[in-house]
Structure formats: structure tokens, C-alpha cells
Design a protein around this ligand. Structure first.
Ligand SMILES: Nc1ncnc2c1ncn2[C@@H]1O[C@H](COP(=O)(O)OP(=O)(O)OP(=O)(O)O)[C@@H](O)[C@H]1O
Length: 255
């Protein structure tokens, strides 16, 4: 298998004043394979979001190396990195950050239209297909104030997918949703992953992690343990058993 991400000896430090530094990531080494579905768990403040932002090039590492498809991103100029994020990566967040004055479908289209050479008709058709796939085609012309949390998160997923990214990064994408919407969003992400897109999620939710195939457990900026499972298969796998084994593993690791 080919690695889509290779992180080596990654440190992230921030200055705190009085010459003190906070070490948010400490010697992180991580490979993510193309097509993998990975989640990151750990106590609040352990560095999960920082890991996501630093290996996706949304933030700059302090030292070490991060390669995306073999290309070192830590030394890229900002424009090159911005283009890589726009074309090869999709991001979904707990706070969906949609633009208020645009309709839902225009929010989906937005990242595709940033590119000058975009074929407007083709991206419009793509946006419609994505909204159909995620079950929100009927509300495409609504404004964001008319959408439920689950619908808006689906818009966020469609927006993340509009440029056919190689990987989707999600920071607590289901954190603000009820359990039914969480399940629906995870089903959509699993389908996207099955079609080949790599997915990496930060989550506090065992139910979410149980649908991924590898869980990283972070404490104080270090990946202290990993749990490898099979890719979740709704027909064959018992989700309750997966959740129980994750809970047991988290307790064994001191969570
Ligand atoms: N730019 C920054 N300046 C100072 N401290 C920061 C900065 N970014 C993150 N931190 C601190 O680093 C630690 C890790 O933050 P991070 O958000 O990555 O943790 P997390 O595991 O995602 O937490 P949570 O589960 O609560 O979202 C926290 O103590 C946070 O306050």
C-alpha cells in the first residue's frame, strides 16, 4: 500500500511569553495509507486538532517532516500549500463555517469556483450529484438558516468533496449532532471512504471511532497507542462489539 501521509519527528511548539514554550506535538511519527479510514481520540487538550491541522498543512509544524503523496509540505510556500489543500484535501469541522448569504448549493460550489479554469456547468452537475448522494438535493436552494444541523453538515461534506480530494480531514464533524444525524453522517463518510477517499477524523465519540479502521490515541501531544481493526462492514460486523472493544482498549490505555 502507498502512504498518502508520512509524518516524521513532528513537533509543534508555541511561545507562551516569558520565554516559555508549550509543546503541543512531541515527536509524532505517523503513516496514513491511501484509502484508510482513521480516527484520533484522546483527552481534551491532548493535541488531536493540532495534529490534524499540522499534517494537513493548515498550520505549520515547528520541526520534523510531513509528506503528502511524497511531497514535503512543511517547506512549501503558502500559495503552493493553499492550492494543494484546495485541490487534494477536503475539510469538515464541527462548526460548519458556511457562508450566510449563499444558498446551500452555492456553498457546495464555492471551492470549485475559486479556480479560474473551472467548468461551471460540470461543477454544478457535480454539486447536484453530491447533494443527491447525501440526501439534501431537495433543500439545495435553501439558505443556511433553513437547514438543520445534520443537513448543514452534509453541505459541509459536499463542499469538502467538490474538488475530488484524495483525503478528507474532519475535526469533530459530528460533535454538534444528535445520534441519528451522527450515524447518517458516518454512513456517508464510510461510503466516500469505500470509493477510495482517505478519511481522518478527530472524535470524542466511541460510536464514531467504531466505524473507522484504525484509532490513534493521543496523550500530551504524543500518539501513545494505536488500535487496528478491519474496515467496518455493516452487514458482517457487530458494531456494539466493536464499540466495547474500543472502550476496553481506551481504559487499558488510561483514558
Ligand atoms: N496556538 C496556540 N497557542 C497556545 N496554545 C495552544 C494553541 N493551539 C493549541 N493550544 C493548546 O494546545 C493543547 C492542544 O490543543 P488541541 O486543540 O490540539 O487539543 P485537542 O486534543 O484537540 O482538544 P479538544 O479535544 O478539547 O478539542 C491545548 O492545551 C490547547 O490549549
Amino acid at each position: 500500500m502507498t502512504n498518502i501521509i508520512e509524518a516524521r519527528s513532528v513537533y509543534k511548539k508555541v511561545a507562551l511569553g516569558n520565554e516559555n514554550e508549550l509543546h503541543i506535538l512531541r515527536d509524532v511519527n505517523l503513516d496514513i495509507e491511501e484509502g484508510e479510514f482513521v480516527s484520533v481520540m484522546g483527552p481534551s487538550g491532548s493535541g488531536k486538532s493540532t495534529l490534524l491541522y499540522n499534517i494537513s498543512g493548515m498550520d505549520r509544524i515547528s520541526s520534523g517532516s510531513v509528506k503528502f503523496k511524497g511531497r514535503e509540505i512543511s517547506s512549501m510556500k503558502e500559495e503552493e500549500l493553499a492550492e494543494l489543500r484546495l485541490k487534494n484535501m477536503g475539510f469538515i469541522f464541527q462548526d460548519i463555517n458556511l457562508l450566510k448569504n449563499l444558498s446551500l448549493i452555492d456553498n457546495v460550489l464555492f471551492p470549485a469556483l475559486v479556480s479560474k479554469d473551472a467548468d461551471k456547468n460540470a461543477v454544478y452537475e457535480k454539486a447536484k450529484k453530491l447533494m443527491e448522494m447525501t440526501g439534501i438535493e431537495k433543500v439545495a436552494d435553501h439558505t443556511i438558516t433553513q437547514g438543520s444541523g445534520g443537513q448543514l453538515q452534509r453541505v459541509g461534506i459536499c463542499r469538502a468533496l467538490i474538488n475530488n480530494p484524495d483525503i478528507i480531514f474532519g475535526d469533530e464533524p459530528t460533535g454538534a449532532l444528535d445520534s441519528k444525524s451522527t450515524e447518517e453522517i458516518m454512513t456517508i463518510l464510510a461510503e466516500i471512504n469505500k470509493k477510495g477517499t482517505t478519511v481522518m477524523l478527530v472524535t470524542h465519540d466511541v460510536k464514531v471511532a467504531a466505524k473507522t479502521e484504525r484509532i490513534l490515541f493521543m496523550v500530551d501531544g504524543i500518539i501513545v497507542a494505536q488500535k487496528k481493526m478491519s474496515k467496518y462492514n455493516e452487514q458482517h460486523d457487530n458494531i456494539k462489539k466493536r464499540e466495547e472493544s474500543i472502550m476496553k482498549w481506551l481504559v487499558e490505555n488510561g483514558f
